[in-house]
Design a protein around this ligand. Structure first.
Ligand code: HEC
Length: 211
């Protein structure tokens, strides 16, 4: 299965889920019981599909990426918000409804925080000296890859633990470099972590992984 597709589905589903909750909460806060009842009825089936997709894609991604501490906190918050939302709307309790909405938004924020944080890693100094006559850009790139990329893309780029399979990449060198610098939905950019030489080196190495 294609991880990127699952991830994109998850993001879309989360946004729809949030929208439905936001509308319901606004109607509840506005004391518009009739509209709330009507809206709840209309979205009942879509909401069931969305919730199922939300959980299924979430579980799939969890199995691929593995659970970090932040991710576990996020999952606990989401799971806790569900009964709170159910009780809140059933009892028309505004505080509980708002609380559950805030919890889901908070979990979403945690996911973003999770993505931004890349720690500086140690790259083998014996291969990173450009002035060394034996300097080999691909060896340098490989050590950068091991330090920063392997955790998601796996050894040799194939057994991707959540990252794309780099051996199957269709990207040209330039697009690849842009991806590494700027990142994308599920991959943070490395522009603040790696220097230019490291980016060039890791790009050169990843290029060699392509089949
Ligand atoms: C947090 C996990 C993670 C890390 C760390 C990571 N990547 Fe990625 N990478 C991904 C994911 C996931 C994708 C698929 C695109 C998406 O969902 O954003 C991707 C996509 C890519 C692509 C595009 C492949 C294609 O053809 O679509 C390249 C190239 C790439 N990564 C290189 C790297 C390099 C080089 C590093 C290390 C400097 C790195 N990645 C670190 C998760 C990661």
């Amino acid at each position: 299965m294609n991880y990127t597709l699952i991830k994109q589905t998850h993001v879309v589903v989360v946004i729809l889920f949030l929208l439905i909750y936001l509308i319901k909460t606004i109607l509840l806060l506005a004391n518009n019981d009739a509209a709330l009842a009507k809206f709840t009825k209309v979205v009942k089936v879509p909401e069931m599909i969305i919730s199922t997709l939300f959980l299924a894609t979430g579980i799939y991604m969890l199995m691929q990426i593995g659970a970090s501490r932040l991710l576990i906190i996020k999952i606990i918050i989401v799971l806790l918000s569900i009964p709170i939302a159910i009780i809140g709307f059933k009892k028309k309790n505004k505080m509980l409804a708002v609380l559950s909405l805030l919890m889901i938004i908070m979990a979403y924020g945690l996911a973003e925080m999770n993505k931004k944080k890349i720690d500086k890693q140690n790259v083998d100094a014996s291969v990173s000296n450009v002035n060394d006559p034996n300097y080999d850009i691909k060896k340098h790139g490989e050590s950068v890859y091991t330090a920063y990329c392997q955790s998601c893309h796996g050894t040799g780029g194939t057994n991707g633990a959540g990252g794309a399979d780099l051996t199957l990449s269709q990207m040209n060198l330039k697009a690849m470099q842009a991806q590494i610098i700027n990142g994308s939905t599920a991959m943070a950019g490395f522009k603040d972590v790696l220097n230019e030489q490291e980016i060039n080196a890791v790009t050169a190495y990843v290029e060699t992984l392509k089949k």
